[in-house]
Design a protein around this ligand. Structure first.
Ligand code: FES
Ligand code: FES
Length: 163
């Protein structure tokens, strides 16, 4: 069947079986290899993407269930403050779980650009990472949040100057 959805701001149409996992479509039909396959069981978070603003597991979401929805993958973060913040803090090590972690962080910052540490830990609850990078990951999210707040403040000032 033909399914339409929006991926990283681009309208796409894919012809696949209705029960094809979203992760399979992203990686093998749309050539977006940043989202990883880990467990396939909603246990590790390496496949995490953002679906209509919420972090979700792409390994188990059937493509028919996300028809018409807005999907964001790690490839959309090239110019997002999270990207630079994770580089600056050297957050994460293996690169396998990192894209899922980034997308959980993106969903958090989209709804709250002043998260507490507890908010961040809760947001990352579904992402397994065993390398001990958690303190750096948290610092990177704090750094990205600060950059987002600064950007919002600059925007407000510009708007104020115009009115
Ligand atoms: S691959 Fe989806 S949660 Fe592990
Ligand atoms: S970043 Fe992959 S195990 Fe920590």
């Amino acid at each position: 069947m033909s399914i339409e959805l929006t991926v990283n701001g681009r309208a796409v149409s894919v012809s696949v079986a209705a029960d094809t996992p979203l992760l399979d479509v992203l990686r093998n039909h749309l050539d977006l290899k940043g989202s990883r396959y880990g467990c396939g069981l909603e246990q590790c978070g390496s496949c995490m993407v953002v679906i209509d603003g919420k972090a979700d597991y792409s390994c188990v979401r059937e493509i028919s269930a996300v028809a018409g929805k807005r999907i964001e993958t790690v490839e959309s973060l090239a110019s997002h403050p999270l990207h630079q913040a994770f580089l600056d803090e050297q957050a994460g090590q293996c690169g396998y779980c990192l894209s899922g972690i980034l997308m959980s962080a993106k969903a958090l910052l989209d709804r709250n650009n002043s998260p507490t540490r507890a908010d961040m830990v809760t947001a990352l609850d579904s992402n397994l990472c065993r390398c001990g990078a958690h303190p750096r990951i948290i610092r990177a999210i704090e750094r990205a949040a600060a950059a987002l707040r600064e950007g919002a403040r600059a925007n407000d000032l510009r708007e104020g100057a115009r009115s």
